[in-house]
Design a protein around this ligand. Sequence first.
Ligand SMILES: C[S@@+](CC[C@H](N)C(=O)[O-])C[C@H]1O[C@@H](n2cnc3c(N)ncnc32)[C@H](O)[C@@H]1O
Length: 299
Amino acid sequence: MIAYLAADSFLPELKAELKNIRSVHGNLVLTDGPLQSSVWAQHIWLNAKIESFESISQAAKILKSAGKLWSLYSFENHRRAELIQENLPKLRPRILEFLGPLPQDPLGSWTLLDKNTLLYSAETNLPFPNGEIEFHENKEIPPSRAYLKLWELLTVYGVRPEKGQRVVDFGSCPGGWTWVLQQMGCDVVSIDRAPLDTKIAALPRIEFIKTNAFSLKPQDIGVIDWFFSDIICYPEKLLELVRGWQESGLCKNFVCTIKFQGKTDFETLAEFQKLEGAKIQHLYHNKHEVTVWIKTSSP
Ligand SMILES: C[S@@+](CC[C@H](N)C(=O)[O-])C[C@H]1O[C@@H](n2cnc3c(N)ncnc32)[C@H](O)[C@@H]1O
């Protein structure tokens, strides 16, 4: 069995995308059959097992014999679950550095289905408790917290623009993403209708163009290595922009956030999924949006 933990408040989206659902426990969806690709799962329990127990110490013993380190997903029976967790080896916070290594020791996940039943998996897709990816944040320079979703993508999913590459950042204001890309050594063409934060605008290797992103043609900017977009716009407008750049042949690598206003636009999401090589994930630092990336050239 495989269990998928929905990103916060996206259980309906997760249930809509998964097949062979066996049962749902809080935000955790238990399925039969092979691993399925998922946009909305924040954490995947790859080899889930169910086992009954009588006492707290017996539950802890079952978990300890299946793996070394465990994190708890608690949706009910909270106190009993905490007492079991206290009987397991202490889990230290796993706080990442930007572009730093991921923890190497595996982390299992478990929950209580009821007072006497464990659901657990010693293997998970990400070595972070419930897929929650925390960073040592930079509280001084970035003018907004939007940089965290880019940090997460670049650090955890191996998407890495290279030093010296030319990148465009659409919808860049106040400048969090532009700052991240500039710090990585990229030459950034930064585009927004609103101005950049002044301390970001003063950094070298940033060309800021104050305009409507949709009025620019790819030819106005020329060849770039990466297309980044965090523009607030309807998903179909973003799809049009990405397709235009793909057709121009001027860029092969794309990272963008698809932002949903009100309801999740499943139709346009499905169109993005059809783009060759597209990977789509609701990142831990995404809100009502998902991140798409397409990498078609090697560094
Ligand atoms: C979520 S903010 C971007 C945050 C940015 N990534 C950061 O890290 O600071 C979205 C931006 O999209 C910009 N935007 C919305 N529509 C636009 C358009 N048609 N052309 C250019 N920028 C646009 C807004 O001005 C806003 O600054």
